[in-house]
Design a protein around this ligand. Structure first.
Ligand code: ATP
Length: 588
């Protein structure tokens, strides 16, 4: 039963061969080196025999010298072969794990966003790093170790049988006697090692969260509390490690005792035979050599077996990830969006629930026309579904029913990258990468010239402050752009969108109030960006709704009213209330 289960587990390793296949020559050379080292290893036993019988026992200095020379020759061959095998296999392991990492990452970046809601990012990261590292050690060392040990085991047993039948039978009885306790303890150690790894991972997660939220920790004076909590996590990990270390030490002691006792027993029996003249001293030497080789091979195979089992788990997880199909794909024969500048947008009876909440409609029967070149403002209380409209427009999700059209072309039939190329999104919280200003603005158009970047920054009213940064456009902005103020981050994000020059602009306004000067700059940049473009804005500011051609009032996933500011202020009680709450009371 267990065997069947592990057989099944091992078959999950098979797809790795697809990644090894391109490196056939490397594998073949490594196997050749492996064969060489295994046969040299086996002939070393004969070398030992020769040295003892022809050198020591025969008492001939000359023969001893030539025997040692042959031995050194064999050892040199062994060294060269081992170098080739180790170098090629390790390189193959690195190469293959690199390829797997790339394949996994390439998959991840194309997956639909809801995949990341169902699967924790920490887990996906560990597939990319830990699981691939485990496969690297499998390809780079375990496979070749297992193969080498297998060859040596078979070869060793044959040599033992040739050398002395009686002693061989003793060895074959002794090996399991040593192996069984080793495997029992080994399994315990492995279990403890994996829980020890889990405990260390917990420590990492804990510290990561505290570092990320350090300001909250400090402002609530929670340093001591966090120190204690972290301390107890560390102690927990230590307790697990202590158990593991104890078991491991015990394992080593037992192995040493059993192995050397068995060798002593063999020497005793073999020594008796030598004394009675039934075998030569050299034969006994060679025999001990082969017996140790057989025992070591069996031990290695047992160890590698455990490792392969663990790797099978990793491989299964990785391959599962590689097999995931994105829910959002381009059809085989995509249609073109009729080119008109700007482009009109149409929501036709759209109904949508997030996959994680199939019973809670986020949008219900949304029917809305956004004429080309116009600005539409979405307003509504929190959770009304405004952001969801943007998510659907960019096809991060597809609606369960209804259609969204750009110039009458259903967006699910349009090429996905073409669709996203058409749109430019400026999120409420600008997303900046830990890099310099160049990289962050060029994200909108990677091949933009320096002049184009300057131009976009100027239009976004960002050029001046960027020039004043310590290294100008080459200034590093820190993780998530921590080295910039809120208004500055927004203007960088706007410059990025200006550089992209999209047909449709999706703008999620910042809710946090900017100071008058930043507000002026951001508004001026926005005016520039919205000129002659179809624009949808999630509006939080009075200036925006006043300028909008159409205001769409949303609540609980539905459109409740549409109109202009002056009409809605009379006709829509919700809009009226929102204005009072959100905008300046006097103005509304
Ligand atoms: N990824 C998600 N998975 C499940 N439900 C979601 C997800 N994102 C949003 N929702 C739910 O969908 C509904 C609409 O959310 P949405 O973010 O569109 O509202 P919003 O109008 O943009 O609100 P806010 O102004 O607060 O940003 C809410 O009830 C929200 O809880």
């Amino acid at each position: 039963m267990t065997d069947k289960k592990s057989d099944k587990a091992f078959t999950s390793l098979l797809p790795i061969f697809a990644f090894i296949k391109p490196y056939k020559v490397m594998v073949a050379s490594a196997l050749l080196a492996l064969l060489l080292t295994a046969s040299v290893n086996l002939s070393l036993g004969q070398g030992v025999k020769f040295v003892i019988d022809n050198g020591f026992i025969a008492g001939s200095q000359e023969q001893l010298s030539s025997a040692i020379l042959i031995l050194i020759g064999l050892i040199s061959l062994l060294a060269i072969g081992t170098f080739c095998r180790f170098f090629l296999m390790s390189l193959l392991g690195e190469r293959v794990s690199g390829d797997i990492r790339k394949a996994v990452f390439n998959k991840i970046v194309t997956l639909h966003p809801s995949y990341f809601e169902e699967n924790r990012s920490g887990e996906i990261m560990s597939r990319l790093t830990t699981d691939t590292a485990l496969l690297q050690s499998i390809v780079g060392s375990s496979f070749s170790m297992a193969l080498r040990s297998f060859l040596m085991l078979i070869g060793g047993i044959i040599m033992l049988l040739i050398t002395n039948l009686k002693l061989t039978l003793i060895v074959l009885v002794c090996v399991p006697l040593i192996l069984v306790p080793m495997m029992v303890f080994g399994r315990k150690v492995r279990k403890l090692a994996s829980s020890s790894q889990d405990a260390i991972a917990d420590i990492g997660t804990y510290a990561g969260e505290i570092i990320q939220n350090i300001k909250v920790v400090q402002s609530y004076n929670h340093e001591t509390k966090e120190k204690n909590a972290f301390g107890s996590e560390v102690e927990k990990a230590f307790e697990v490690a202590k158990k593991r270390v104890r078991q491991r030490s015990f394992l080593i002691a037992v192995v040493i005792f059993l192995t050397f006792s068995a060798i002593s027993f063999m020497l005793w029996i073999g020594g008796m035979d030598v004394l009675s003249g039934k075998m030569s001293g050299g034969e006994l030497g060679a025999f001990v050599f082969y017996a140790i080789m057989v025992a070591m091979s069996v031990a290695t195979i047992a160890e590698v077996y455990g490792e392969l089992q663990r790797a099978a788990g990793s491989a299964t997880r990785l391959l599962e990830l590689l097999k995931v199909k994105s829910d959002i794909t381009t059809t085989d024969s995509p249609i073109e969006v009729e080119k008109s500048n700007p482009i009109a947008v149409q929501f036709e009876h759209v109904n949508f629930c997030y996959p994680s909440r199939p019973d809670a409609p986020a949008l219900q029967n949304i029917h809305l026309s956004i004429p080309n070149g116009k600005t539409v403002a979405l307003v509504g209380p929190s959770g009304a579904g405004k952001t969801t409209m943007f998510e659907l427009l960019q096809r991060f999700y597809d609606p369960q029913s209804g259609e969204i059209k750009l110039n009458n072309a259903d967006i699910t039939k349009v090429d996905l990258s073409e669709l996203r190329h058409t749109m430019g999104m400026v999120p409420q919280h600008p997303i900046l990468f830990s890099s310099d200003v160049w990289h962050n603005i060029r994200y909108g158009k990677p091949d933009a010239s320096d002049e184009e970047v300057f131009d976009a920054a100027k239009k976004a009213h960002a050029h001046e402050f960027i020039e004043n940064l310590p290294q100008g456009y080459g200034s590093f902005l820190g993780e998530q752009g921590v080295r910039l103020s809120g208004g500055q981050k927004q203007r960088i994000a706007l410059a990025r969108a200006i550089l992209k020059d999209p047909d449709i602009l999706l703008l999620d306004e910042a809710t946090s109030a900017l100071d008058a000067q930043s507000e002026y700059h951001v508004q001026a940049a926005l005016d520039e960006l919205m000129k002659d473009r179809t624009t949808v804005i999630i509006a939080h500011r009075l200036a925006t709704v006043l300028h909008a051609d159409l205001i769409v009032v949303m609540d609980k996933g539905k459109i409740v009213d549409t109109g202009t500011h002056s009409s809605l202020i009379h006709s829509s009680s919700l809009y009226n209330r929102l204005c009072e709450l959100q905008f300046d009371k006097a103005a509304s």
